[in-house]
Write a protein that binds this ligand. Structure first.
Ligand SMILES: Nc1ncnc2c1ncn2[C@@H]1O[C@H](COP(=O)(O)OP(=O)(O)O)[C@@H](O)[C@H]1O
Ligand SMILES: [Mg+2]
Length: 248
């Protein structure tokens, strides 16, 4: 099989300036279908900006973006999400005052336009089942434990039927039990529901166990790409990030 067939997303020379500040500079990334890819690096490295560029939330200053071989450079977030790239935001993506069911319903509106109300309700129930949220469907999202709220954010994104699910720090603030069950959800979404996942995360134990491939950003620039084992022994990565993690 050619490499082209397997590549879901690729970005070349992605660059974003904010006035005089270069947040992301000449960044390349390639994500293969069915992979879980980690994007890591110190605070301020440009991870969230990269998410914003890949998802069309920001327009790149320069560089190119391809999704399933199609040139999407400069396309709107709506267009890109319709093609199948859906993201969560670092600081939460849910409506705290709505029930879990209504939050997921909002997610389905996007992908399942024109569905009958009953079919839509069935779809909400199915998604909740997959994410383990069935017991919480009637609860007000904002009153739930942090770990459950994070899963609701993922459920909203998953409801849009993504090919590529981009998750910005989905494990922040979770306890070990919640981390373990969330990683199981990622694996399930990838194995049984056709999701490729791009994960920005500071929990290195989780990243190293969940990801097939890791890309490291530092000062807005690509520092390294490799398997978890390769990244863990990469001198430049240890110097820039892994070895300094106790300082965060
Ligand atoms: N909307 C913005 N306007 C101006 N500067 C920004 C904006 N978003 C991010 N930055 C800057 O870009 C750099 C990268 O930020 P960010 O992508 O949030 O990093 P990370 O997610 O890796 O912590 C930082 O210096 C940050 O202050
Ligand atoms: Mg960030």
């Amino acid at each position: 099989m050619s490499n082209q067939t397997d590549t879901l997303l690729s970005a070349k020379g992605l660059t974003k300036h904010f006035g005089g500040l270069v947040a992301v500079s000449n960044f390349d990334i390639e994500i293969g279908r069915g992979q879980i890819v980690g994007l890591i690096g110190p605070n301020g490295a440009g991870k969230s900006t990269t998410f914003n560029l890949l998802s069309g939330f920001y327009k790149p200053t320069s560089g190119e973006l391809y999704f399933e071989g199609r040139n999407c450079t400069g396309a709107s977030m709506m267009t890109i999400s319709r093609l199948g790239l859906v993201r969560t935001f670092q600081h939460g993506s849910l409506c705290r005052s709505l029930s879990v069911a209504d939050n997921i319903l909002i997610g389905t509106m996007h992908a399942l336009a024109g569905l009958h109300r009953r079919e839509r309700a069935r779809s909400v129930a199915e998604i909740a089942g997959i994410l383990g949220l069935t017991p919480y469907l009637g609860a007000t999202a904002g009153t739930l434990p942090h770990g459950i709220q994070r899963l609701v954010s993922i459920a909203i994104a998953f409801a849009a039927k993504p090919k590529l699910l981009c998750l910005d720090e989905p494990l922040t603030g979770l306890n070990q039990t919640e981390v373990t069950s969330t990683l199981e959800v990622f694996d399930l979404l990838r194995r049984e529901h056709g999701c490729t996942i791009l994960l920005v995360e500071h929990n290195m134990k989780a990243v190293m166990s969940a990801c097939d491939k890791i890309v490291v950003l530092h000062h807005g620039q690509h520092l390294a790409t490799g398997t978890p084992a390769e990244i863990q022994r990469n001198e430049a990565v240890i110097e820039a990030y892994l070895g300094k993690r106790h300082e965060h």
